[in-house]
Every structure is written in C-alpha cells, then in structure tokens.
Ligand binder design. Structure first.
Ligand code: BGC
Length: 750
C-alpha cells in the first residue's frame, strides 16, 4: 500500500470520512481505491467481537472467546511475563478473527475503590499499571494486531464520565495519572491510543492538544493514531486539530461534513487532515500487510492457559493455622451460589461471551465436596430456607468454604459504587456459618475491595477478583494445594470508605471533580497518614515462607543521571515450591519537595523450590528518584539521601539501604523577597551572603550560645533579603539590599 499515493488520490470527502467509523466496529473502506474496511473489537481481557447488532455496552452477544482474568487480578500477579502471555493469546484470537485492533489495555489509575470500572484497571500505582499495560501491548502486538491503550486520561470514575472535568494539578497529573500511560507508550508503542470521555482541567480529552499532541507525541514519541472512546467527540474539528485522528463509532456523516466545511472555509488546514489520514493508514497498512490469512488458535489450550494464569492472579489474604490448603480427606462443604455459577468478569464493554466457564463445584468433583446454595446472587435479601440449609451443611462438614462477593449489579462500567459492602445476605450467611463452624474459608469474587465485617471470625480468605472463565478451576487448584498462591494486592483494601484518599472529592460536585488528594493516591495516602488498612498494597500470602537478605547497592552516592543496581537474596524457607513478589520502593529524604513516604520503583517475581535461594537484581534509573517540578516543566532529582527499601509488601519492608543523591540545584532567581534559607543552601550565593548573615545574627542579639544560634538560624531560614534592613542596626539600607540582590544574581551566573 502506497500511503502517499492513496492520500493524493482520495477526495476531500473520502479523507474526512476515513476519520470516523463506518459503524460500531469498522473503519471505512474506500472501495474505488481498494482500501478495505478493518475491524476493531473490545478488549481488554478477551475478544468481544460482535458480528451483528454492534453496541458498545456489552448488551448484545459476541462470538465465543476465552475470558482471561480481568486487570484487577492480572495486576496482582505482578508478573510481566504472565500478562504478555495473556496478550499473546488474545492477539492470536484477534488475528484469527480478522480483528485489526484490540481495544485495551486500560491504564487508568484506581483513584477510589468506588469506581465502577476498577476491575478493568490495573492498580493504584502508576509504575505497576504502566508495566502491566506495556506487557499486554507487547503480547497482543506480537501477532501483528494493534492495541488501544485507554482511556487517555484522568478518567477515574464512571459518574458523569462523558462530561465531568477532572481538575488535577500538573505534578499529580504527571506523577500519577499520566505516568501510568507514559511508561506503556514509551516501552511498548501501542498502535493506537483511545482518548477518554471526560475533560481534563476543563478541556475535553478528545480535543486536548496538550495531552494528545504535546505530551503523547511530542514528549513520549507516540507513533500510532488516537481514536475516540465511543461517543467521546465534542467538537470534531477542534479534535482533529488537537490530535484526535479517528472518531468512533460512526458519526452518521455529520462530523465528516464539518471537517469538509472547515477545510473548504480554511478554518482547518488540509495538511492536518492529511496527517490524520496518514497516521490511520500507516496502522491499517501494518495490519493488512502482516495478515496471517489462515490463522487459527487452539481454544482448549487458551482455556487451560486461562486456568493456569488465574491461579497466579488470586491473592491469599488470610490463612490462620494453616487452614489452607485443604486436604482431600477432609469433609468440605462448598457454600454460596458463586461456587456453582461464579462471577468471573465485569459488566459493560469488556463483557465477553465466554467460550467455557468452569465453576469451583465442577472443578472439585473429585474431592467429594458437598454444596449448598446459601443465597441468590442477584438478591440482597436473605432467603431463609437457603440460609438454614447452608448452615446445616456447614455444621456437618469439617471445613466450610463460602463463595461470596459482588453481584453484577453492584459494580459495572457506566456507574460507580456508593459503598464497599457485599450484599447483606452474604455477610449474614458468613457470620451465621462462623457461629456453627470454626473452619471457615471465604473465597471472594469481586472487581474491587469490599469490607469484611466477618474477617476476624473466618480462618482464611482467598481473593479471586474477577478471575476469568477458568476461575473455578484455579480456585480449586489453590484451595486444595495443587498450586501455591503467589499474587499480591495491586491496591490497598481500606478499613473504611471514609479512610480513602478521594473520599471527600469523589465523585465530585456536578461536572467538577477535584483531585485534591494530589499525588497521595492509594498507599501513598495511607502511608503518609500512618493509617491502618485492612490489607496493604503489595500484600499477599503463600503456603511457604521467604527470607530476604544481603541487600547490595552498587553505589553509595549517585550523580543525577546515574543508574543504581540493587540486588538481594530471597530464600524459600518452607516446604513447598512458591513464587515471591519482591518489591523495591524508594523513600526520598532530600526534602526538596513534599513526597510520599515511599514509592514503588520496581518489582520482580521469583520462583523458588523449597530451600532454594536466588539473587534478585533490579536497576533504578534517574526517574526512580525524580519528582515532577512544575516550574522546570521537567523531572527533577533533589540532593540528599534516599532510602532503598526491599519489601514483601508496602507495609513489610525487609531490607533497607541508603544512597546519597547529588541532584542538580534548582534554578534560583534572586529578588528582595528571596529567603536567606534558600540562598544559604546554594554554595554560590551562600559565599556572598555568609558574612552579612553572621552580622545580622549578631545584631539580632545572638551571642555565642549554640541554642540561641540554632534558633536564630532557623528564623533566618524564612527571612527575605529585604528584612535584613530591619535587623541590621542601620548597616543595611534599601540601596544595600538592591546591591546585594545584584551581587547574588551575578554569583549565580558565574
Ligand atoms: C468504553 C471503551 C470501549 C468502547 C467500545 C466505551 O463505552 O469506555 O472502553 O472500548 O466503549 O466498546
């Protein structure tokens, strides 16, 4: 395909037409030029290809496809390779089904546990989220099928998602919300990016030149095209100008006409339209020229893969007195409708027509478990007969395993939750079972955190999240010890909704959502406030135990731009094989700006046989130590100490080291209102100021007493230059302050 030739042969109308869909899922064809229509389909945790009656709300059925665990679970694996394998399988299915672009992954940050779509999002932490998204993209794109990294950006709630403005300060945007996309774009070059519905500081994401062009293309080097979320376009011409190439779905021709008119009236430069067409065609060409016409995939193999991977995405939250794993000879009762009909995916555009669903009951048929339904999934009210039957079954068993969680209606794309509760009937069921049975295991199916009023009374809790179509098999594998749990939480489980960072500003007032918690999202918030949580970020248990030792840093002092190699040893000290997720956090102590107590900067999953020890190695680059400096409009590294923390979770730091950073000094502009403190910290200005400051301190009556000296120097810290006049006993006048400002400015120039 000769793109330039095509563009030169296309009419203005054809070019405008190519910038919006033909229908819900296809781009337009230009038959007279032999340009075929290509198809896009949701994503992200399996293919939702709709052949007829397309809709973007997951209402109409799609072709059968393998449903993998949703992002809330896959991120808990902290395993790049695992996500790559999922992407790989989905890419294979897409190639076989003639789909050019899979609409995912979704890299939005979990700002509040209430967001209805959190099950589709990876994490509260931008590094983890961007790493997972990058791995997914790499996996899918191996098969010459594109991805659409979505929903760009600051789309963290469903409430008024199409009109709300996310009011986010620049530093927070950069460090948290954009960072989650940045890493994925830079590492994996998604073929497309999908802009979100919302406005970002007042400007619609679909017509935002800063995010779509300056940052995405200019700073991050994105090479693909941007498509709109379905119906996200507000002003089509403004969007095109800002960097939105493709509107989805079809615009009914209206917006195509607006583009044509804008070019004809010279309101829009035709070169902008040509560039958009060029970007769309470049990706279409990449897909078409790498088609694998006879591509097929092995569905049973993908189903088996879904089971294998789901095991690695489930988090063991509690396990007292080795209640788990269960033993084959134990009399076990499975209780709760989710044991027979699991909830394994979320509602909305990601809803898949799963090719085969395995329930835990079916998977455990060889273990001779008994079953009682306990509750009706879609009802919040207790069915007394079902409850009584379940309590009886629990009493007769040696262990009761209650399958519980959130029904479909409790969380979905399109709306947010208003509380963290599970249905009352399920909470009551668990409590009543605890009254007759001391060995109670709770297996949870939910897309985001729930509160657990019964937590103290149960012996074990396994968090399955929405584990994909093989969830039942994977849960049974873990419950009976055929596999060892190895996932950790990619988000904090709070004690109370009132404790959560965005509690006072979620979902905002009217169309305004202020992100007032700033960079203090997730564990950054709970740590800064030293709050107790139900389960911390990065936490998860195993059937074995791990020892950490021998932290080693290849440098003790780092210049701005140096990399730091970190290594430590991890040993499996238990009796079964297991995998441990080693987390590396950096705690900034330079005091340059207020920073979270610590931030995740790398992680690695290591597989260990009993007794085996391995060395884990990670490398930190400049960015691991940097914060976003709004005045510089760039990342900046401060000077001073930073701690390197190796943790088994964000609240279980096992090893600690320290490095000294030699950052670049921040540019200093001297005026009469610059403080002595700021000037004394820069050696160039300190040399000029030293004598005058000592004199002023003497004048202020400092004497030689060290305590008084300390007090005086603390007061000087915040004293602007002009105040030297008031405390110099007449030695410093206005003219002297002016001369001083000049001298200090000169010193900075040398
Ligand atoms: C969702 C997107 C999805 C699109 C197409 C929208 O409602 O926000 O995530 O890809 O529909 O189904």
């Amino acid at each position: 395909m000769d793109i330039e030739k095509l563009i030169s042969e296309m009419t203005l109308e054809e070019k405008a037409g190519l910038c919006s869909g033909a229908d819900s899922w296809h781009l337009k064809a230009v038959e007279r030029l032999d340009l075929p229509a290509v198809m896009v389909s949701d994503g992200p945790h399996g293919l939702r290809k709709q052949d007829e009656a397309g809709d973007h709300l997951g209402i109409n059925d799609s072709i059968p496809a393998v449903c993998f665990p949703t992002a809330a679970g896959t991120a808990s694996s902290f395993d790049r390779e695992l996500i790559r394998r999922i992407g790989n399988a989905i890419g294979e299915e897409a190639q076989a089904e003639n789909v050019a672009v899979v609409l995912g992954p979704a890299a939005n940050i979990k700002r509040s546990p209430l967001c209805g779509r959190n099950f589709e999002y990876f994490s509260e932490d931008p590094l983890l989220s961007s790493e997972m998204a990058a791995a997914y993209i790499q996996g899918v794109q191996t098969h010459h099928v594109g991805t659409s990294l979505k929903h760009f950006a600051a789309n963290n709630q469903e409430n008024r998602r199409m009109t709300a403005s996310s009011e986010v300060d620049e530093r927070t945007l950069r460090e948290i919300y954009l960072a989650s996309f940045e890493g994925a774009v830079k590492k994996a070059q998604p073929w497309t990016v999908m802009c979100s519905y919302n406005r970002i500081n007042g400007v619609f994401a679909s017509e935002n030149p800063r995010t779509l062009t300056d940052i995405l293309r200019g700073e991050w080097g994105f090479e693909g095209y941007v498509m709109s979320d379905w119906g996200a376009v507000n002003d089509r011409v403004a969007g095109l100008r800002a960097g939105l190439e493709l509107e989805m779905p079809a615009s009914g021709g209206d917006n195509d006409r607006l583009i044509v008119e804008a070019v004809r009236s010279s309101a829009l430069d035709e070169a902008v339209l040509d560039e958009a067409v060029r970007r769309i065609l470049t990706i279409t060409k990449r897909y078409l020229e790498n088609r694998e016409p006879g591509a097929v995939f092995d569905r049973p193999a993908h189903d088996a893969l879904a089971r294998e991977l789901a095991r690695e995405c489930m988090v063991l939250l509690k396990n007292e007195n080795g209640l788990l794993p269960l033993r084959k000879e134990q009399r076990v009762a499975f209780i709760g409708q989710f044991a027979a009909a699991p909830r394994f995916q979320g509602g909305g555009s990601s809803h898949i027509n799963a090719s085969h669903v395995t329930s835990a009951l079916e998977a455990a048929k060889d273990f001779g478990v008994s079953y009682a339904q306990g509750y009706v999934t879609d009802k919040d009210r207790t069915d007394e007969a079902l409850l009584a039957e379940a309590v009886r079954a629990a009493k007769e068993a040696e262990v009761a395993v209650v399958f519980a969680g959130l029904p479909d209606a409790f969380e979905s794309e399109g709306y947010d939750r208003t509380h963290l509760h599970m249905p009352d009937c399920q909470n009551r069921l668990i409590s009543e079972i605890c009254a007759v049975q001391k060995n109670v295991v709770v297996v949870l199916h939910n897309g985001s955190p729930v509160d657990m009023p019964w937590l103290d009374k149960v012996g074990a809790v396994l968090e399955c999240y929405l584990g994909g179509q093989a969830v039942g098999g994977a849960a049974v594998d873990l419950l009976f010890g055929l596999a060892n749990p190895c996932a950790k939480l990619a988000e904090t489980f709070p004690k109370r909704l009132e404790d959560t960072p965005a509690y006072l500003n979620f979902p905002g007032d009217g169309d305004t959502v202020e992100y007032r918690e700033g960079v203090y999202v997730g564990y950054r918030w709970y740590d800064a406030r030293k709050m107790d949580v139900l389960f911390p970020f990065g936490y998860g248990l195993s059937y074995t135990t791990f020892d950490y030792s021998s932290l080693s840093l290849d440098k003790t002092s780092l210049r701005d731009g140096d990399t730091l190699h970190v290594s430590c040893k991890v040993k499996n000290t238990g009796s079964v094989a297991g995998k441990e997720i080693v987390q590396l956090y950096v705690r900034d102590r330079t005091g340059t700006v207020t920073r979270p107590e610590k931030e995740l900067r790398d992680f690695l999953k290591v597989s260990l046989e009993p007794g085996e020890e391995k060395t884990v190695e990670m490398t930190l680059d400049r960015r691991a130590f940097a914060y976003y400096n709004v005045d510089l409009a760039d990342w900046h590294v401060g000077s001073g100490e930073s701690d390197i923390l190796i943790g088994a979770s964000s609240r279980d730091i096992r090893l600690e080291g320290t490095v000294t950073m030699q950052g670049n000094p921040l540019p200093l502009r001297v005026t009469a209102n610059t403080t002595c403190g700021a000037l004394m910290r820069d050696p160039r200005t300190a040399a000029v100021l030293n004598e005058m400051v000592s004199q002023t301190m003497r004048n202020m009556g400092g004497g030689d007493d060290p305590d008084t000296q300390r007090m005086m120097s603390q007061m000087l810290e915040n004293l602007p230059l002009r105040s030297l006049r008031s405390f110099s006993d007449g030695a410093v006048d206005n003219a002297a302050v002016e001369t001083l400002v000049k001298k200090l400015s000169d010193a900075l120039r040398c």
